[in-house]
Write a protein that binds this ligand. Structure first.
Ligand code: PMP
Ligand code: GLN
Length: 381
């Protein structure tokens, strides 16, 4: 694992602390999640929910996860056998890859990819086959369908898909998902979907968020992963989950039991409460993030960045070329000293670093005044 070094999030957050810069690097909110959820966690701590919970997760949370997927995506999962609780989406992704791949198997993924994917694929002794997302002529990120077709071969075991997508903010369209689904079925491949931003596809995106599992033939071969961290602004809780056909879920649980065994006893009932919040909570959450995206996009545009469209997630990517920048890594390492703001270079999420050389990601999951302060600093630099 030596090649993996220190994650860019740890490096950039440490830089923010050291320099006192405004941290628009690592994606974590600076306000707390719904009060009902926080109160339920406090209550659980006080009332004896402090020992190992059941391996697959407490029944109330598994039932809430299943009900939430039925409510929003019309997907039916049996809470007993088709749903498990994990230590964040990160553990679910790792356990799924370790449980489903033999050494030498290939995993098709889209680059730039979330950094834990490459590490989890390496832990399994599997091989990643990245397909590159590039800004298209119209601005939004797209992939070459022939490159995707070419990535599939006799050793392909699974496709790892993240939509809405970190770091690009892309929401995959129905046409794109249809091609992915067709290739999975043609090659007998599983899909593992990372949908941690499922409630953050903005209303002006080219498409709403569509879970791959809802496409014809895909429920039977898809493991859907999500997490409470983003939707309920509690990224430090690390309560995630995986849902899918019983055999895929069992393979994931088999690994999970030896990674963490169980996790988050007093937080599990609280997340069950949060998942049951009315639709108005989810709508308000999305509207609030969309407003802050608009605020940051306007500020970055004003400061001279080439701003790429963000259709979802916590993030917007920018091209630093108009500012005379040629390398995002160097730009981000010196940005705190130049103007007191931290961002993340997107090139670290590509195998083909040149494809993301001049791209830099900013997070907008921050209070309005914090974004305003960051924008002022960037404008003056
Ligand atoms: N996948 C993606 C795409 C992410 O952006 C993140 C960061 N939150 C994760 C997974 C990790 O989620 P968790 O904190 O629930 O492990
Ligand atoms: N998902 C968050 C991001 O992309 C943070 C994850 C992390 O720090 N590992 O910024």
């Amino acid at each position: 694992m030596r090649a993996f070094g220190t994650t860019i999030f740890a490096e950039m957050s440490a830089l923010a602390v050291r320099t006192g810069a405004v941290n628009l690097g690592q994606g974590f909110p600076d306000t707390d999640g719904p009060p009902e959820m926080l109160e339920a966690a406090a209550e659980a701590l006080r009332t004896g929910h402090n020992q190992y919970p059941p391996g697959p997760g407490i029944p109330a949370l598994r039932a809430a996860i299943a009900a939430h997927q039925q409510r929003f995506w019309d997907l039916a999962y049996d809470p007993d056998g088709e749903v498990i609780v994990t230590a964040g989406a990160t553990e679910a992704v790792a356990a799924a890859i370790l449980g489903l791949c033999e050494p030498g198997d290939e995993v098709v993924c889209f680059e730039p990819y979330y950094d834990s994917y490459a590490a989890s694929i390496a832990l399994a002794g599997a091989v990643r086959r990245p397909v590159t997302l590039r800004p298209s002529a119209g601005g939004s990120y797209a992939f070459d369908p022939d490159a995707l077709r070419a990535a599939f071969g006799p050793r392909t075991r699974l496709v790892l898909l993240n939509s809405p997508h970190n770091p690009t903010g892309k929401v995959f369209t129905r046409d794109e998902l249809t091609l992915i689904a067709e290739l999975c079925q043609e090659h007998g491949v599983y899909a593992v979907t990372d949908e941690v931003y499922e409630h953050l596809a903005f209303t002006d995106a080219a498409a709403p968020h569509i879970p791959l599992a809802t496409l014809p033939g895909m429920r039977a071969r898809t493991l859907r992963i999500s997490s409470a961290g983003k939707t309920f602004s509690c990224t430090g809780w690390k309560i995630g989950w995986a849902s899918g056909p019983a055999d895929l879920v069992a393979a994931t649980l088999r690994v999970k039991q030896f990674l963490t065994f169980v996790n988050g006893a007093p937080l599990q009932p609280a997340v069950a409460v949060a998942l049951g919040l009315p639709d108005s909570y989810y709508e308000g959450f999305r509207a609030s993030l969309q407003e802050r995206r608009d605020q940051l996009v306007a500020g970055l545009t004003d400061a001279g960045f080439g701003v790429l469209p963000s259709e979802g997630t916590y993030f917007v990517t920018t091209d630093i070329t108009p500012l005379g920048g040629t390398d995002g890594m160097e730009f981000c390492r010196t940005l705190p000293e130049r103007c007191g703001v931290v961002a993340v270079p997107t090139q670290v999420f590509y195998d083909d670093a040149d494809a993301g050389r001049t791209l830099v990601r900013f997070a907008f999951c921050k209070r309005e005044e914090v974004i305003a302060d960051a924008v002022d600093r960037l404008r003056q630099s």
